[in-house]
Write a protein that binds this ligand. Sequence first.
Ligand code: SF4
Ligand code: SF4
Length: 365
Amino acid sequence: MAVYPNDHIQKAAAFFTKEIDRLSKRPVRLMEVCGTHTVAIFKAGIRNLLPEQVELVSGPGCPVCVTPSSYLDTAIAYSRQKGVIITTFGDMLRVPGAKSTLSEQRAAGADIRIVYSPLECIDIAKNNPMKKVVFLAVGFETTAPVAAATIIAAENASVKNFFVLSAHKRVPPALKMLLANGDVNVDGFLLPGHVCAITGESPYHFLAEQYHIPAVVTGFSAIDILQAIYTLVKQIETGEALVGNQYKQVVKPEGNPHASRILDQVYGKADAVWRGLGKIANSGLELRSNYTSFDITNDMPIDVPNQPEHSACRCGEVLRGKITPRECLLFGKTCTPEQPVGACMVSVEGTCAAWHRYGTWRWQG
Ligand code: SF4
Ligand code: SF4
């Protein structure tokens, strides 16, 4: 039994663990879609608490992991252009492109700056009027509204030298594609709490309606996750399939209408390429026609040759929940958080990084 800090939490954890054990009669695979859930599951030792037949697999829920290496190659190509400042969240620096990383480019002299919010880019652009400031806009429905708000703010302030290189993604089409292809064998989903705070839970109703697979929007504490697993196991054992919300304090049925409105004003749906998953219809966001002047690929088109990703990296299968990181031959050997070969080893939310950091009880010895 894992040790949780207070008595009340211990009792709740013990209750849900016991109930899962009691209810669970057959092997089930549950996918935690969100990278933060993967980390929370490891931190709380949840895998140790579950009966053998309840297996947790990680899904395509880390924004860094799903950004394809071709996007990094394009970002690197822009970082080499004269008069360009690249701005990015720190995680992107070490994500491998085909041959290099932004971190290596920065060491070689490229002007690449880490920001904590895209809104910081407006000041950078104002302070560098002769340069083009390009924000690497990656992430899911969670971060995309802030990028959209930044574009609106840049327009309102007549800042003409701020641009985005957009690779925003939408989670539901990726799950739809995985299920439609019969690519994953999953009995239930733990849905991403932060993404659903923006979208609400309704975009996931297809899981129950079309595929008869239960799903629960859940928070990030050990109790939240154990309760969600309990709910899923209970439904699976009774043949039910509902999409529920156990994170009601944060996720409202309608999501966040203000953020959704801003997002919808600036971005429309488009096909997008995911690392390891390929092109997925309607899974991306592209700037609407009123805002294409903020797209660096329009303002400064460049040709970036298509190059294959590292052949032995199995991030694609990890992101589809088909293998655990341990099954990749590079895991913990040539691929480590210090020297990542694939994107899943870079971000703290990445599945391989989480396994490497917290999963030593499984993969050693
Ligand atoms: S952005 Fe939020 S929902 Fe998405 S992976 Fe990170 S924590 Fe999870
Ligand atoms: S261990 Fe490294 S190379 Fe293997 S799948 Fe994970 S990130 Fe890719």
